[in-house]
Design a protein around this ligand. Structure first.
Ligand code: BGC
Length: 692
């Protein structure tokens, strides 16, 4: 018997012991982050906690926990190994406080730079998205803690999030928005999945036979259980024209196991009624409970605690990992005349200012449900003070310093603060807000910040801007005036140290932007009309189809402010040549290995992200100009040459074919473009897809 058979046997045994009433009890949340217990059978509560940036304070009885860099920062690192380590560490922190499920990763696609939750997610590109999400999920589950990829699916804005319907054509839905979920399910076997608040093509996902049963379960063979987002099932205001919730029967048939955190659809009386009326059967219920019990066994609910991972929290190891992640994610996008790195032996005085200089981001509900409150947080000021102690004087006046550091960005406080009347008006407008429940309104920085940048540069031309935000911002009126810009992407509790290490060159930056920076919002694919964002009559139309992010910019030849995959280093790299282990791919399961020789031609060690994009030379369907299909991050000493291996899976060259409802590659040629951003391509090779 395989271990899978053994598990199924145990599950069925336990299932037989449960009464129908007990099964109903297991289908609803208890308290905010728990489920019900059946003590007579040893079924304990399944405690969950918010992620994905660490263990959230509000779901861990107000505990302080390691605050890791935001998802977008992790994506900017392009480092799968770090994603795995981060998942493992979060799994260990969850274990240490007996949480059996982490509500993350967030793998929705960056459709618009206005989305308030971009910081929790990874990228506009489904390939990068899944490549980070897969090791992250595996990392969490290595600690026998369930991961919960969320929010399935097309949850790409906060405006009207409980009622809006994302109207998406079939191909786009699969190719762009469902792809990461599919790949994560197939390759990382997540134990749970959370449905989204929004509707998709007018249907709530928690009641969708198509999106749950037919796709998630039958097509992708998802083994775990589905839960709703919190209060997603609350009745809607029909009089105000809000849409109907699915019925109890529809949710059961679709495959929703747990309604969180309290019952509406799964009120016992409703379940009993549907059962008595024959609208749901014992088989339907058993299918849902089987999924649940499987995971209860996986997390070791019935095992002796001594045999389970014990976990650890707030250790130096986790804090160092948080710093290392920040150091790899922070991205340098401008560095005129090599102003950076600063030479600590030469710089005498630095001026530091800006609204984010001393601001802490790891606070209760800061940014919404993902907020982690750490035992300490190194702000940029603190990081710089440590670094400069006894060596460089820190002052406030730019005109009296060799260099000025300006800490700007977007606000990330709790949504409640935004709504509160008590908060000073100026504070509300000092930043653009990006948090759960609120979308941004402007692409630019707040005018107060823009003016501050201009004034500071006048006083001191050696001004470096450090932006702390997740979404792209436009830089009209100031980009050309400042010589250097660093993107910090909410770098977590050790962020200040990471920033100081990069500014002074102890760490060579290697982050690459995971989202295209548009020059202006009208250039962005989702922002053509109110209909396309944020929607009209509770519908938002994804008219751009598969042309999200860089796919849109390239197709329409719109020059972005900064292209996808772009990021500078303090050294330079030369892409010498590429060797392929084959030039013909024969099936969707085939793989190709590229060996790319690259040399560090600068005067210090550093890491580079080798990126491979594919171009389908001729296709019967419309295809993007290029699409990311492979990458590898590599560290090179000064003057070192290395051969970097990049694996390209044929499957990633495919498109979603609506005729067959499946992924397809057409016979013919593809060009592989190799470089260090979408726009910096140094090598090209032709390959052929020839099945059979
Ligand atoms: C969020 C989820 C979160 C849940 C529990 C919801 O508001 O959308 O991402 O996991 O709350 O806090």
């Amino acid at each position: 018997m395989t271990s899978k058979d053994v598990l199924e046997e145990k599950v069925n045994y336990l299932l037989d012991e449960l009464t129908l009433e007990e099964k109903f009890k297991l289908m609803v949340g208890y308290f905010r982050f728990q489920t019900n217990t059946i003590p007579r059978l040893g079924i304990k509560t399944f405690k969950m906690t918010d992620g994905p940036l660490g263990i959230a304070q509000h779901s861990s009885f107000l505990r302080k926990n390691t605050y890791f860099p935001a998802g977008v920062n992790l994506a900017a690192s392009w480092n799968r190994e770090l994603a795995k380590k981060c998942g493992e560490a979060i799994g260990r922190e969850a274990r240490a406080i007996n949480r059996l499920c982490v509500l993350g990763p967030g793998i929705n696609i960056g459709r618009t730079p206005f989305n308030g939750r971009t910081f929790e997610y990874y990228s506009e590109d489904p390939y990068l998205n899944k490549e980070i999400a897969i090791p992250f999920v595996k990392g969490i589950q290595s600690q026998r803690v369930a991961a919960c990829p969320k929010h399935y699916v097309a949850n790409n804005q906060e405006t009207n999030r409980l009622i809006v319907s994302s109207e998406i054509d079939e191909r786009t839905l699969h190719e762009t928005y469902m792809r990461s979920f599919k790949e994560v399910v197939e390759q990382a076997d997540p134990w749970t999945i959370m449905t989204s608040y929004n509707r998709v093509n007018s249907e709530y996902v928690h009641g969708s036979l198509k999106l749950l049963k037919s796709t998630l379960f039958e097509k992708w063979s998802f083994n775990g259980f589905v839960m709703t987002d919190w209060w997603a099932t609350r009745p809607r205001d029909i009089e105000k024209g809000e849409p109907h919730q699915p019925t109890t029967e529809e949710a059961v048939k679709a495959g929703l196991t747990i309604e969180m955190p309290v019952p509406f659809l799964y009120e016992r009386i409703e379940l009993e009624k549907a059962y008595k009326e024959g609208k749901i059967t014992l088989e339907d219920i058993d299918e849902l409970i089987r999924r649940l019990l499987r995971i209860y066994f996986n997390v070791g609910m019935f095992e002796d605690k001594r045999n389970l991972p014990t976990g650890e929290r707030n250790t130096k190891k986790h804090q160092n990992l948080a710093r290392k992640m920040a150091e790899e994610g922070i991205t340098l996008i401008k560095n005129k005349n090599n102003l950076l790195p600063l030479d600590i032996s030469k710089v005498k005085r630095i001026a530091v200012l800006g609204p984010n200089l001393k601001k802490k981001f790891g606070k209760f509900l800061s940014g919404g449900a993902a907020a982690v409150a750490p035992p300490y947080e190194i702000t940029p000021l603190k990081g710089l003070k440590e670094k400069c102690k006894g060596k460089v004087k820190i002052v406030k006046n730019p005109s009296k310093a060799d260099v000025t550091l300006l800490f700007m960005g977007l606000n990330h406080d709790s949504p409640a603060k935004l709504l509160s009347d008590k908060v000073r008006k100026e504070e509300k407008i000092e930043y653009g807000w990006e948090s759960e429940t609120v979308d941004r309104k402007e692409l630019g920085l707040n005018s107060l910040q823009v003016n501050m940048i201009k004034e500071t540069v006048k006083a001191n031309p050696n001004t470096i801007v450090v932006l702390n935000n997740a979404n792209p911002v436009s830089m009209t009126g100031w980009l050309n005036r400042v010589p250097a810009i660093l993107l910090a992407w909410y770098p977590g509790m050790e962020g200040g140290r990471a920033i100081a290490n990069i500014l002074f060159g102890d760490v060579n930056p290697s982050g690459k932007i995971p989202m295209t920076f548009p020059k202006k919002i009208k250039d962005s694919p989702a922002h053509k009309s109110q209909k396309t964002f944020p929607g009209k009559n509770f519908q938002v139309f994804y008219e751009e189809g598969i042309y999200v992010g860089y796919r849109y910019f390239e197709k329409n030849e719109i020059k972005p402010l900064f292209p996808f995959g772009f990021g500078l280093s303090y050294t330079t790299f030369k892409f010498n040549e590429v060797m392929l282990n084959k030039t013909e791919l024969k099936s969707l399961d085939d793989t190709l290995e590229l060996s790319i020789s690259i040399t560090n031609t600068g005067d210090r060690a550093g890491s580079e992200v080798v990126q491979v994009y594919s171009e389908d030379v001729k296709s019967s369907v419309d295809r993007p100009v290029k699409e990311l299909v492979g990458f590898e991050k590599v560290f090179l000493e000064k003057a070192e040459t290395k051969a970097v291996n990049v694996i390209v899976n044929a499957r990633d060259l495919a498109f979603y074919d609506i005729k067959t409802s499946d992924w397809k590659i057409e016979s013919g040629d593809f060009i592989l473009h190799i470089g260090n951003s979408l726009e910096s391509i140094y090598l090209k090779r032709k390959i052929t897809y020839k099945p059979g």
